[in-house]
Ligand binder design. Structure first.
Ligand code: NDP
Ligand code: MG
Length: 388
């Protein structure tokens, strides 16, 4: 029987990669739900191609403008996940959340009930709302799979391991497009260069985060939550070839490493295939020559000043929400050419120290509405700060 898939954020990079996997194996999978924020043309093409029943357009204006277009093709169109499931009660075998930014949290929380498994690429939601996600997953007996390649690798290495006596986890980072650039040369670098990641093809926001190392900072925090580790047990290592995705050193003296090509289709496809089937990668090959002369580098805080953020105590308080939403807002400003590459990082560090925010660093949000209120507050603050 074909397995039902719900795909949130289908119009993005991870969403498209997921659909490319399904395209090659339509006899095993059936896409039941696709979503976009505002890329309606792409969503429409995807919905027709994959004969999808339900779609969500989260942007309200675009939703209203396009209801008729989808209805004409007998596709149900909604503006929220809650509305979809007022009508449709059928569960997915797996739901994939490939939305970018903190707005991915609420759709996950609302769809867990209708998902046998939830695979999340959306790291921002794990960082900001892991406690809420965990509770909901447990309540509904929904399985969880992290899709971020490093976390998928760690998760795979730990699967079926009885003694999870972990000493340290090393998260590898490519170093981004400016690893070998002089700091002075990149202070005002145009976003189009920051978007050119050496190894991965990704959405715009995560590409900028990879250049500044914010992506790896997020991944450290993400790993502490998913694998219940102390932040001191995780170390970042720059590995420019990006072939090793996880290194776990256990207290018993063993160290496990996991390698794969820089293609997100590998973690996504391995997460999608049910237990009774295995995934055969079409271009499978162990490229041992990449590991010859492997060259790990410890990241330099002068080059990647945002690394100082790892000195904060992340304890599921508003700190995580403020960090993620400040970064969402500032990356957007950088991509709109409103601030420089240097300011993106210096303003980030400066604003995190403002008493306006620090007073919340020991308080925990009680629910998703508390989180949303804080996100709005951060956005208003950033806009005011930059208009001064
Ligand atoms: P993209 O920017 O390419 O795609 C994001 C998707 O989310 C699009 O479908 C977009 O719709 C939708 N979206 C954006 N904002 C909202 C919103 N406010 N509400 C609802 N939907 C929204 O991102 P990526 O695919 O690169 O990344 C997705 C997530 O996966 C991120 O959290 C990223 O950190 C993580 N990730 C990505 C990797 C990669 O290789 N790309 C690797 C590891 C993790 P629209 O098209 O209308 O903008
Ligand atoms: Mg990653």
């Amino acid at each position: 029987m074909r397995k039902n898939i719900f795909l949130l954020g289908s119009t993005g990079s991870i969403g498209q990669t997921t659909l490319n996997i399904i395209k090659k194996d339509k006899k095993n999978f059936r896409v039941k739900l696709l979503t976009t924020y505002s890329n309606v043309d792409k969503l429409y093409k995807q919905a027709i191609q994959f004969k999808v029943d339900d779609v969500v357009i989260f942007n309200k204006d675009e939703y209203v403008k396009n209801i008729k277009k989808f209805k004409l093709k007998k596709i149900n169109v909604f503006s929220s996940i809650v509305d979809v499931f007022k009508i449709n009660k059928k569960k997915s075998h797996i739901t994939i959340n490939a939305i970018s930014g903190i707005d991915g949290l609420e759709p996950s929380l609302n769809i867990i009930k209708y998902s046998s498994n939830l695979a999340i690429a959306n790291k921002e939601s794990i960082i900001c709302g892991w406690n809420f996600l965990k509770q909901e997953l447990f309540k509904n007996k929904t399985g969880f799979i992290p899709l971020d390649s490093e976390h998928f690798s760690i998760w795979s290495l730990l699967k079926n391991v009885k003694n999870k006596n972990i000493n340290k986890i090393y998260l590898t980072a490519s170093g981004g497009p400016f690893l070998n650039s002089k700091i002075n040369k990149i202070k005002n670098i145009n976003p189009k260069y920051a978007l050119r990641h050496p190894n991965w093809k990704m959405g715009k926001k995560i590409s900028i985060d990879s250049a500044t190392m914010m992506n790896k900072i997020f991944e450290v925090i993400e790993a502490t939550k998913i694998f219940e580790l102390n932040i001191k047990q995780i170390e970042i290592l720059i590995h420019p070839k990006s072939y090793l995705h996880a290194i776990i050193n256990f207290n018993n003296g063993l160290t496990k490493l996991l390698a794969h090509d820089t293609s997100m289709s590998i973690p996504i496809a391995n997460a999608m295939y049910p237990n009774d089937k295995t995934y055969n990668h079409p271009k499978n090959k162990f490229k041992y020559e990449i590991l010859n002369g492997i060259n790990f580098i410890k990241p330099d805080i002068k080059k990647f000043p945002l690394l100082a953020i790892l000195n904060y105590k992340f304890n599921n308080t508003y700190l995580e929400i403020i960090l993620v939403s400040l970064n969402d807002a500032l990356v957007k400003k950088y991509l709109e050419y409103k601030i420089s590459y240097f300011s993106l990082q210096s303003i980030m560090i400066k604003l995190l120290k403002k008493p306006y925010f620090t007073k919340y660093y020991s308080t925990k949000p009680r629910n998703i509405n508390d989180i949303k209120t804080m996100v709005d507050r951060v956005n208003i603050y950033v806009n005011k700060y930059l208009s001064k």
